[in-house]
Design a protein around this ligand. Structure first.
Ligand code: FE2
Length: 204
């Protein structure tokens, strides 16, 4: 197998940094960074195998890059067959680009009595396609691998060090559980994964 073409990821990260240095508003970020992400996921020849490994128990979130100023982070989401997230939010802007396989994103909306129910039709993301989330454009969803017989992989970029952001998981009955996702990387010391201490603080 030939070496993964990491120059694509390098170009993406550098171009995103240049966009954010201009401090554009969120609509321009979603548009411009979304275009860069669409370019990145147009080719599936660059993601190293260590960041494409599924886990039989749960979906994986491998940190690919964290901006030193924590303006953004890039993560590969690796779905085993049939795996899904709980209903959750992000609290910051995010863009999801499909690299391999397919995923299904079901938006959720809050009811008058505080429960969560599906809000509109689910989106199916196919390789090369990009979807946005944020408190302004819709922040609560449940995502699943469209396939129950194979791995799917999407590349996510968020407007923060997402693994250390305090956010929420929701149950349909309205119950909210605070959580910090962390990252699944285990091979190297992960400077950016503060989830253990942050989750301990949340539990008091
Ligand atoms: Fe999400």
């Amino acid at each position: 197998m030939s070496a993964p073409n990491l120059s694509r990821l390098h170009r993406f990260v550098t171009a995103v940094g240049a966009v954010l240095a201009e401090q554009p508003g969120e609509p321009a970020i979603l548009d411009r960074v979304g275009g860069l992400l669409a370019e990145l996921v147009a080719q599936d020849d660059w993601l190293p195998a260590a960041y494409a490994r599924p886990d039989p128990q749960r979906y994986q979130q491998y940190l690919l890059h964290a901006d030193s100023q924590e303006r953004f982070s890039v993560v590969s989401f690796v779905w085993g067959p049939g795996q899904a997230t709980p209903i959750h939010n992000h609290t910051v802007w995010g863009l999801i680009g499909m690299l391999r396989g397919a995923e299904r994103s079901q938006p959720y909306a809050r009811t008058a009595d505080g429960r969560w129910e599906p809000g509109g039709e689910p989106t199916v993301l196919l390789p090369g396609q990009v979807e946005a989330v944020s408190p302004a454009v819709g922040d609560v969803h449940k995502v699943s691998n469209l396939h129950d017989d194979r791995v799917s992989i999407s590349i996510h970029i968020y407007g923060a060090n997402i693994g250390a952001v305090q956010r929420s998981v929701f149950l349909e009955d309205g119950t909210r559980k605070p959580f910090v996702s962390g990252y699944s990387n285990t091979e190297l010391p992960n400077l950016w994964d503060r989830s253990a201490e942050l989750n301990a603080a949340l539990r008091g």
